[in-house]
Design a protein around this ligand. Structure first.
Ligand code: C2E
Ligand code: CA
Ligand code: CA
Length: 424
């Protein structure tokens, strides 16, 4: 009766696609045609609605694993696209837990209303929660709490920035710092960015954090430069999102911060990960040229992690690329050399990145440098700047005053400024 492929089916007019009370194992997107949805009441079919091309049917039983709450019959010949339970469930499992809970509640209420219309002739099987029982609720609550806490914490000035030294590969001197966000929570202590940056990104709070990062970096760099003659070229790099970079109001904010701190633009670098730049190519290109003109460098972070798109790099005026730790980790040393298939793989990859970057006039920074061998090798491969635990972990070199106002120097900061060459 039906012609079937794995994902597409054609039903003639007047056939039942699925029946009320049956278990459901797929949903259908109508590509062409019309169906009617009906329920059984007092032994008669009551038509509830008609659905047309572009609409979805049969999704409810897939979402909550209850039985079909209505029948669907074709009115005209229909072409449908089949969505399997796995396809829907994998999408649901990636959904924000709060939305998932809202979704589940709406579905439950809808099924309750249907029961009312039906006069409850059929006892519906209890629907399974979208995720495991209790799990959705718990994670939804945790999530809401974390969001509210973070919003409060950001407003209360609890975000602070720790600074990790950036080292000149040739002289082994500290030439700047990367500012890395930490949340000083009044009860939970110091919370790392892995815990709160993803929440900040999803709620939009990240843009406030970007602004804090830039303001703090500009103020800190200005202090470093004023502090000593040999620190006059120091810079601080702050992590911002590609959306910030593409936002003209954010550009104005950056200018304001430079002005307020009385800092030359080359004292500030912005780090972004490449991901969404390509989506807004025109806007990104225009803004990157404005930053270039202003003199604030923009660096591509995490280069070589995941899928790096070499193609677009040439389009934009970046200051530098930062080679990801996962690439630096591939520099073979000692016994590990034997284990990996190609002991030169890390070297080849890094030399290739360096050659490309230099060809485009970008500087190369390597992060996640943990050993002397890596530091020496990266210098030989042509990386200008090194960063990693081998030279120093992120640390608090400023004491934060109340609510993002003054930052005072810590007396013990000075040792961090000059590091001896690894060989010494
Ligand atoms: P990222 O921007 O790639 O920062 C580098 C991360 O690697 C930092 O982790 C740093 O502490 C760590 N790291 C540096 N050297 C080494 C090393 O030798 N070994 C190892 N194992 N790790 C090293 P952290 O501070 O936990 O930050 C993690 C990520 O959180 C950052 O990755 C960045 O993506 C994000 N993040 C931190 N602060 C901010 C911020 O102010 N704004 C935004 N948008 N993201 C931030
Ligand atoms: Ca970074
Ligand atoms: Ca990075």
């Amino acid at each position: 009766m039906t012609t079937e492929t794995d994902i597409r089916r054609t039903y003639p007019a007047g056939v039942t696609i699925f029946e009320e009370g049956a278990p459901g194992d797929c949903a259908y997107v109508i590509e062409q045609g019309e169906v009617e949805i009906s329920i059984r009441r007092d032994d008669r079919d009551v038509v509830l609605a008609h659905r047309h091309a572009g609409e979805i049917i049969g999704e409810m039983a897939i979402v909550d694993a209850a039985l079909r709450s209505a029948s669907v019959k074709t009115v005209t010949e229909c072409n449908v696209l089949v969505l399997t339970r796995d396809q829907l469930q994998s999408r649901l499992s990636r959904m924000d837990p709060v939305l998932r809970m809202v979704f589940g509640v709406i579905l439950d209420r809808f099924r309750d209303s249907l029961k009312g219309i039906r006069g409850d002739s059929q006892v519906a099987a209890p629907s399974a929660p979208i995720a495991g029982p209790g799990e959705t609720f718990r994670s939804a609550i945790d999530r809401i709490e974390l969001e509210q806490e973070l919003r409060r914490g950001v407003a209360a000035g609890e975000i602070e920035f720790h600074h990790q030294p950036l080292i000149c590969a040739a002289s082994r001197r500290t030439i700047g710092y990367e500012a890395l966000a930490r949340w000083r929570h009044p009860e939970n202590g110091l919370v790392g960015p892995g815990r709160f940056i993803p929440v900040a990104e999803e709620t939009g709070l990240i843009h406030e954090i970007s602004r804090l990062a830039v303001a703090s970096a500009a103020a800190a760099a200005a202090r470093l430069r004023r502090e000593a003659a040999d620190q006059r070229d120091m810079y601080i790099s702050a992590n911002v999102t590609p959306e910030d970079l593409c936002d003209p109001a954010f550009f104005d904010y950056v200018c304001d911060c430079l002005g307020a701190a009385d800092l030359a633009p080359d004292g500030l670098v912005l780090e972004i990960t490449e991901s969404t730049l390509i989506e807004n190519a025109d806007q990104a290109s225009a803004m990157l040229h404005r930053y270039r003109e202003l003199g604030v460098g923009v660096s591509i972070d995490d280069f070589g992690a995941g899928y790096s798109n070499f193609n677009y790099l040439a389009l934009y005026p970046f200051r530098s690329v930062k080679i990801d730790k996962s690439v630096v980790d591939q520099i073979a040393d000692g016994e590990e050399e034997a284990a990996s298939g190609d002991p030169d793989r890390g070297e080849k990859l890094i030399r290739a990145i360096v050659m490309m970057a230099h060809g485009l006039d970008f500087k190369v920074v390597a992060e996640g440098v943990e050993t002397a061998q890596q530091a020496d090798a990266l210098g030989r491969y042509g990386c200008e700047t090194l960063q990693g635990y081998f030279f120093g972990k992120p640390q608090l070199i400023f004491d934060h005053g109340p609510a993002r106002t003054g930052m005072n120097w810590r007396a013990d900061r000075s040792e961090a400024l000059l590091l001896e060459p690894s060989g010494a």
